[in-house]
Design a protein around this ligand. Sequence first.
Ligand code: 9MJ
Length: 690
Amino acid sequence: MEPLSMNDSMTTDTAYERILWLRQELHRHNHLYHVLDNPEISDAEYDRMMQELLGFEKAHPQFQSLDSPTVRVGGSVLAAFESTAHTLPMLSLDNAFSEQDILEFDARIKKLLQSQESITYTAEPKLDGLAVELVYENGALTMGSTRGDGLTGEVITANIKTIRSVPLLLHSDSPPARLEVRGEVFIEKKNFQKLNQERLKKNQPIFANPRNAAAGSLRQLDTSVTASRPLDINVYGVGYLSEPLSHSHWDRLCRLKHMGFKINPLIRPCLDLHQVLAFYRELGENRSRLPYEIDGMVIKVDDLRLQESLGIKSRSPRWAIAWKFPAVQATTRLLSIEIQVGRTGVLTPVAILEPALVGGVMVSRATLHNEEEIERKDIRVGDTVFVERAGDVIPKIVKVVTEKRTGNEIPFQMPTTCPACGARVNRLKLETSDTAEVAVRCINTQCPAQLKENIRHFASKAAFDIEGLGTKLADQLVESGLLKSYADIFQLTAEKLSQLDRMGKKSSENLIRSIENSKQIPFNRFLFSLGIRHIGENTADILARRWGDLDMVMNQSADILAETPGIGGVIAESIYSFFQNSENRDVIQRILAGGVRIQSPPCSETRGGLDGKSLVLTGTLSRFTRPQAKALIESAGGKVIGAVSRHTTYLVVGDAPGSKLETAQKLGIEIIDESGLLKLLGISENGEIP
Ligand code: 9MJ
């Protein structure tokens, strides 16, 4: 149908027809985008159609409908939530914490069923969100409610309708008279981060985790607030049904999917307990890479007749169990705050915690970043705090449990002198693209704490890779006075080293050999080793590829350096001022005089071999930011394009790829992962340019 626009000559009938068509199309595109992750039209086109429909409905209020896609924008404001009794109780699940618990669950079921045969289960990722019930009458969503205490919940229909992945109308020509479905409302991790960043900017309190954010967003009396939050839903079960859907839980989920519900794609049938155990391990390994938080796996007997005969006990079914993963968040007490002095002299507060198990690991320290972060989160010594471990990163304090305050907690004050050398500290406002933070820095360039960190960095694997020169030895070498700068490393002798405690002749000779072996160094690693502020491994790679050798980088102006793709003004200024400093130039001269030979990367024409190739990126890359990946691809002669087409040479897939992956598969485009990209760029996994 051709786009129409409203005008006076349009008859009411034509307007109604247009309204119906727009509603149908918006429902369809909404489902394609939010449930199937496979949009057919751009966001702008979707918005245009939505605006058109809003206009028509305003002009013809007699055609307003509770099922219209326009209800998703919210707008109604409630005085309070009414409560509703669930037709059938919303049961909770028993928890299991070990394989033994699961073996016992399986044995219990077999005993109750008086059967030794393998049970078929459905295993589902256990989403960590908020359980809700949706009621459909004759195919239309008529009520949404929270789980509440399982018997009675709160009516949140208007809020539920704002969730784009909730169908307002079922995709069925003969919908059941009444269908009650149950599922979990949640927020994806990346959307949660975005939401918290926006709240920080507006000086609003942040949410401790995606679960709290989902719960807080759903229980809003002003539904336009809910509509502005990135809520999503996965449906995993049913309540009352006016007619049965199937004989098996798995099949029932498939039917719900056909009716337009979003079913978690990882749910799978398991023919026996071995498959269940294997799936649990698999889920646990992939957990941190999933786009949403899961806190375990739900195991359900698949055959509904068996479910029926197993029945329920007080508040939980006998036919299902939640096998929890070790928690990644825990509460513990903040015992004290220690100050660490970093390589550039920045004083970083570190939380010393009462040891707590977080995600199966004992945690007793957490980073606090800076003074402002402590102030913003109002963290005081003695507080009970939420600690979180996400992936492999350093644990962090998410939030204070203020309800546990006794009044004896002590606010933190940043020291005015360096705890390592006693020198005065400087307060420096650091402006980055989206934050402005204050760094407290020790101004003593001879500060032993800085020197120790610099030496450890210089000798680290990604820099000079001096085997045997770790944190402890770096500390000893500085404390004994043998090293006053990293350039002194190349003046060390076995005799000097053997004066140190616990350094025998053999260890000394080994270290001297390691130092000798480190003297041939690729230019990118040399640049990284110098410890220039803002120059991480990737930036050093980019600089080395673009400029080829040390003299070139040392003699460019900040403006010229800033023209390097992937190098911004702040980085360029940092490099420039480092090489302008005569002490730094002196140190470099002494390193070279100590026998260090820098290997330049091969010249750019032969590098990488991406000439004329076009690459598309999707998902999150772990080693590079998008601009860095783009810069590296471009410096190897390739182009980075936004959308997949027949002309795409490679699709580079990171974590949680989007719909581009499916498009590339359909078009038969070669798909590579990050390792594949590194190979194409001629970068080895550990950052070396061969
Ligand atoms: C979650 N949270 O993902 C159930 N759940 O089934 C799944 N919760 C559940 N199932 C019966 N996948 C009660 C709760």
